[in-house]
Design a protein around this ligand. Structure first.
Ligand code: CP
Length: 325
């Protein structure tokens, strides 16, 4: 167990070693158990977290805010539109100034080709740890919660097959950060990772290469498919979700036209039946119901989406407690 995470940023999934991720999961399970037993754990009393949002959120905001309160501290919700960022406050200034007010700075900035650079510019200037609440490249806290949920449900994830698949959605061009973080982190835990998408929905080449490198180091396998049904076959965990064709086009109309070729990429009970018996359905949410996934599946017995959402809070509490002490 690696216990010295004090002051560390968590921006990319790879910022913590595999052993450090295992420490986080261990602490998260302890905090979850203690909360179930009504045992308080005010590990961050008198500490404050800035939560700077450039994009909407249901789960991320509430799980960080509730988690920080349970740790005895305070989380300040800051919508960027209510700040002077649009009038000139730079990432360096936010890092310098918030780093002096707060004990941690959490940021969601998902704008394509901007978000990750912005978060790193804040981190470079901040004396307090910076936590990535989702950028254009990574969503590391979502994947911590996903990994924790998989371990709770199936035990050792080594040798289990997870299908990280694109699915159709009509609402908006969703970031590619969830599938990218999934293939990065799950390949470090010996899983057989299957990435399934139409040709226009490729992930960043260096992320795919890192996933392949992880397999060389940690075992398991990594394959890329372009057939939606084939992705389900024999899988233990299904994680079909929509993402934007961001490496193909940044034009919303062109993206909608590309997506309209694949409206049949919806997770339904026929497709679930192609997977292993008792396969689990996961989704980070929000989902486009009956477009991306049928109600029957997402509300059905194989779906673990609410346990997954709950574990956001426990995993984030663990990282905050370890980094913000
Ligand atoms: N999964 C997730 O990050 O949810 P929110 O966008 O609601 O925070």
């Amino acid at each position: 167990m690696q216990t010295d995470l004090r002051g560390r940023d968590f921006i990319s999934d790879m910022d913590f070693s595999k052993e450090e991720i295992e420490t986080v999961l261990d602490v998260a399970l302890t905090l979850k158990r203690e909360r179930a037993l009504g045992i308080g754990h005010p590990l961050l009393r008198d500490k404050a977290l800035a939560m700077l949002f450039f994009f909407t959120s249901t789960r991320t905001r509430s799980s960080f805010e509730a988690g920080m309160a349970q740790l005895g501290g305070h989380a300040a919700f800051i919508d960027h539109e209510t700040t002077q960022i649009s009038h000139g406050d730079t990432g360096k200034e936010i890092g310098e100034i918030f780093g002096r007010y707060y004990d941690g700075i959490a940021i969601r900035q998902c704008d394509w080709d901007i978000g990750n650079g912005y978060i790193n510019s804040v981190a470079d200037a901040s004396r307090a740890p910076v936590l990535n609440m989702q950028c254009d490249i990574y969503h590391p806290f979502q994947i911590l919660a996903d990994l924790m949920t998989i371990v709770e449900k199936v035990g050792d994830p080594r040798g289990k097959t997870i299908n990280v698949s694109w699915a159709y959605a009509s609402s908006y061009q969703k970031p590619i950060s969830v599938p990218q973080s999934l293939v990065l982190q799950m390949t470090r835990f010996g899983m057989n990772v299957r990435l399934t998408h139409p040709p226009e929905y490729k992930l960043m080449p260096d992320i795919v290469q890192q996933a392949k490198d992880n397999v060389g180091q940690h075992g398991g396998s990594f394959e890329i498919l372009d057939d939606f049904d084939a992705g389900f076959k024999g899988a233990d965990i299904l994680y079909p979700k929509s993402w934007g064709a961001l490496l193909t086009t940044d034009d919303d109309e062109e993206s909608a036209r590309i997506g309209s070729q694949y409206t049949d990429w919806i997770t339904d009970s026929r497709r679930m039946a192609l997977a292993n018996k008792n396969a689990l359905y996961m989704h980070c949410l929000p989902a486009d119901r009956n477009i991306e996934v049928t109600d029957e599946v997402i509300d059905g017995p194989q779906s673990i989406v609410y346990d997954e959402a709950e574990n956001r809070m426990h995993a984030q509490k663990a990282v905050m407690a370890l980094t913000m002490r």
